[in-house]
Design a protein. Structure first.
Ligand SMILES: Nc1ncnc2c1ncn2[C@@H]1O[C@H](COP(=O)(O)OP(=O)(O)OP(=O)(O)O)[C@@H](O)[C@H]1O
Ligand SMILES: [Mg+2]
Length: 266
C-alpha cells in the first residue's frame, strides 16, 4: 500500500518569543577585502528597547544593520535576532507600478492582505491612500508607507537606517512622534541609525556610537519623553558629539530637543 503523503508543515509567520534579548552579537567581525569594518563587535538590544546608533560616515552603521536584517551573510558567525525583522531605509523603496496597499503587503504571506495593509496604513495616517500610486505621495507620505510596510510584518526588531534624513524639519518631527507612537503600541526592539545627535537623544532609551568597528560610547537616556534640553541632556549631547569628533559651539546647542518638546506633533 502506498504511504499517505504527509501534510506540509505550516509556516509560522511570527515564531518569536516575546522575552529575552532581541539582539545579541559577540565578537562580530565584518571585512570587505582588506578593510575590517566591524571588528569583534559586541551588541545587545533588549526586547522592546529603543536604541539609536550614531557614527561617522563609513563607520559601518549600515553594514551592521544589514547584518541584523539578514540581508548580508554573517559569514558563519552567530547573530541572534528574532525572526520577525523589518527594515526602513532612507529611501522608501516603493515599487512605482504597484498601488500603495500592494507595496505594503509586498512579499507578505497570509490572508486578507488588503485589510492588513489598510490597518497598517491607517496607523500611519494613510488609511485614505490605499489605492494611490507611489508617484503621487509626498516624501513624508512615502516614508510613512515604508513604515506601514514594516509594521504589517509585526516585527520584533525594527531596523531604521536614517529613515528621516531626506525629510524637511517639520515632517521629521512628525515622523519622530509617529515612530514613538508605533513603538509604544507594538513594542518592537528598535535600532535607529541616525547622524542627528538630537534625534537620537529625543527618541531612544540608549544611544551608541560606532567607531573603528566597535561600540565606542554608550549613553542611557532615562528622561521621560518628550524630552527637554536640560543640563543633563546637554552634557550627554556634548559627550556624544565629542565621540563623533565634533566640538559643539554654544549657538548649536540643543535647539531641536527643545523644539521636539514644544512643537505640535499631531
Ligand atoms: N558591499 C561592499 N563592498 C565593499 N565595501 C563596502 C560594501 N559595503 C560597505 N562597504 C564599505 O564599508 C564601509 C562602511 O560602510 P557603511 O555603509 O556601513 O557605512 P555607514 O556608517 O552606514 O556610512 P553612512 O553614514 O555614510 O551611511 C565603507 O567604507 C564602505 O565603503
Ligand atoms: Mg549608512
Amino acid at each position: 500500500m502506498a504511504p499517505t503523503p504527509m501534510a506540509p508543515t505550516p509556516i509560522r509567520l511570527h515564531p518569536n518569543t516575546p522575552k529575552g534579548p532581541a539582539v545579541r552579537l559577540r565578537g562580530f567581525t565584518r571585512r570587505f577585502g582588506e578593510n575590517t569594518i566591524l571588528d569583534r563587535l559586541d551588541l545587545d538590544i533588549a526586547a522592546g528597547e529603543f536604541v539609536a546608533l550614531l557614527g561617522r560616515s563609513g563607520s559601518g552603521k549600515t553594514t551592521l544593520l544589514r547584518t541584523l536584517a539578514g540581508l548580508d551573510s554573517a559569514g558563519g558567525q552567530e547573530v541572534e535576532t528574532p525572526q520577525g525583522r523589518a527594515v526602513v531605509f532612507q529611501d522608501p523603496r516603493l515599487l512605482p507600478w504597484k498601488p500603495v496597499w500592494k507595496n505594503v503587503t509586498l512579499g507578505l504571506n497570509g490572508e486578507a492582505p488588503r485589510a492588513r495593509a489598510e490597518a497598517a496604513l491607517h496607523e500611519v495616517g494613510l488609511g485614505h491612500r490605499l489605492d494611490a500610486w507611489p508617484a503621487t505621495l509626498s516624501g513624508g507620505e512615502a516614508q510613512r508607507t515604508a513604515l506601514a510596510r514594516a509594521l504589517v510584518r509585526e516585527p520584533q526588531l525594527l531596523l531604521l537606517d536614517e529613515p528621516f534624513a531626506a525629510l524637511d524639519a517639520l515632517t521629521r518631527l512628525k515622523m519622530h512622534d509617529l515612530v514613538l507612537t508605533l513603538w509604544r503600541t507594538h513594542r518592537p526592539a528598535v535600532l535607529l541609525v541616525t547622524h542627528d545627535v538630537d534625534e537620537a537623544i529625543a527618541l531612544s532609551d540608549r544611544v551608541l556610537v560606532l567607531d573603528r568597528g566597535r561600540i565606542a560610547a554608550e549613553e542611557v537616556i532615562a528622561a521621560p519623553r518628550p524630552r527637554t534640553a536640560d543640563a543633563a541632556s546637554q552634557a550627554v549631547r556634548a559627550r556624544l558629539l565629542a565621540h563623533l569628533g565634533v566640538e559643539p559651539s554654544p549657538a548649536a546647542q540643543g535647539p531641536s530637543v527643545v523644539r521636539l518638546a514644544e512643537a505640535s506633533l499631531a
